[in-house]
Design a protein around this ligand. Structure first.
Ligand SMILES: NC(=O)c1ccc[n+]([C@@H]2O[C@H](COP(=O)([O-])OP(=O)(O)OC[C@H]3O[C@@H](n4cnc5c(N)ncnc54)[C@H](OP(=O)(O)O)[C@@H]3O)[C@@H](O)[C@H]2O)c1
Length: 294
């Protein structure tokens, strides 16, 4: 069974390719396959005899989406719609990644897959529209995996930014009233590959939407403190900076973020046997990778 990974140059895409092992997996980055190009998608599915697609491509610049909504919409809605149509034509499944930012963050309880969505910005709205396009076009042959606060060894993310700031400054301020769960890109890739394996073995899956994040829930401030502690322990940072907790209003950004976007991961555990893993283990893995190859 050949698996096609789109968006193979991104954080999750790179991990999917690196963790492929013995699987027949083809990873194509944006320069090799644009997911909004229907003709190119059909050609790629046929050329590689693809039996399952994992879409790791997305517009993830949450703030820039506010000023470039058409571009964000094209990648996050039109792209998944085109992919779903190509998969429907080829009668193959699509595994797709979405986000906790489809929720408004006003719930005190973790969001499960039946919770009402209410995205606060263009990014979340475009991701929700992409989800809906997939549900409509491929109702019986999709898995949508909503994840949160993604970090990995490759690409830009909060961990990389904190490490840079920690080297430059003695003190910094980080938002302490947004709650969520950081998720290692490697854990997302491992989950998607295990879902693909299950499809390969059974030729079917419990289709639908699932939530997956790391454990436990924290704040950006809490995550930053862990990053500095672990970076010091790994020898990547001489001294941890002071991390002042600040409220969201003190760090205004173009896009509003959900205040509480914890995801309830019960369904993926009970139905697919995939356990959410502690994000600290992923953080240590990333820092160790940077220690070997900065
Ligand atoms: N990052 C997060 O914190 C976060 C949180 C929740 C959910 N998610 C979701 O998790 C998934 C993976 O995110 P990530 O962090 O791995 O994102 P990422 O690092 O930004 O990777 C996305 C990749 O998609 C590529 N891409 C953009 N437009 C494309 C197009 N038209 N055709 C093909 N490829 C295209 C990008 O290429 P270029 O770089 O060349 O543009 C990039 O390599 C996404 O669905 C995202 O919405 C992410």
């Amino acid at each position: 069974m050949t698996i096609l990974v789109t968006g193979a140059g991104g954080q999750v895409g790179r991990e999917l390719v690196m963790r492929a092992g013995q699987r027949a997996l083809v990873g194509l980055d944006r320069s090799q396959l644009d997911i909004t190009d229907a003709g190119a998608l059909a050609a790629a599915l046929s050329a590689h005899r693809v039996r399952l697609v994992i879409n790791a491509a997305a517009w993830t610049a949450v703030d820039r989406a506010e000023s470039e909504p058409d571009a964000a919409w094209r990648v996050n809605c039109d792209g998944p719609a085109a992919l779903a149509a190509a998969c429907a034509a080829a009668a193959i499944p699509l595994l797709h990644i979405s986000t906790d930012y489809v929720f408004d963050g006003r719930s005190a309880r973790p969001y499960d897959e039946t919770s009402a969505v209410a995205p606060l910005g263009v990014y979340g709205r475009s991701k929700w529209a992409g989800e809906q396009a997939i549900r409509e076009t491929l109702p019986k042959r999709h898995v949508i995996l909503r994840v949160a606060w993604v970090f990995g060894a490759h690409g830009g993310n909060f961990v990389r930014t904190m490490l840079r700031l920690g080297r430059e400054r003695e003190a910094l301020s980080v938002v302490a009233d947004q709650y969520g769960a950081p998720t290692h890109a490697g854990a997302i890739a491992a989950a998607l590959l295990s879902i693909a394996d299950r499809y390969g073995a059974q030729a079917t899956l419990p289709w639908g939407t699932y939530h997956l994040s790391g454990t436990p829930v924290t704040t950006w401030h809490g995550f930053a403190e862990s990053i500095f502690a672990e970076a010091c322990a790994a020898g990547l940072l001489a001294r941890a900076p002071l991390v002042h907790p600040i409220p969201t209003e003190a760090y205004p950004l173009p896009a509003a973020r959900p205040a509480h976007s914890a995801l309830d991961c019960t369904l993926i555990r009970t139905r697919l046997g995939i356990e959410p893993t502690p994000w600290i283990a992923g953080l240590r893995e990333v820092l160790n990778t940077w220690k070997r190859t900065p």
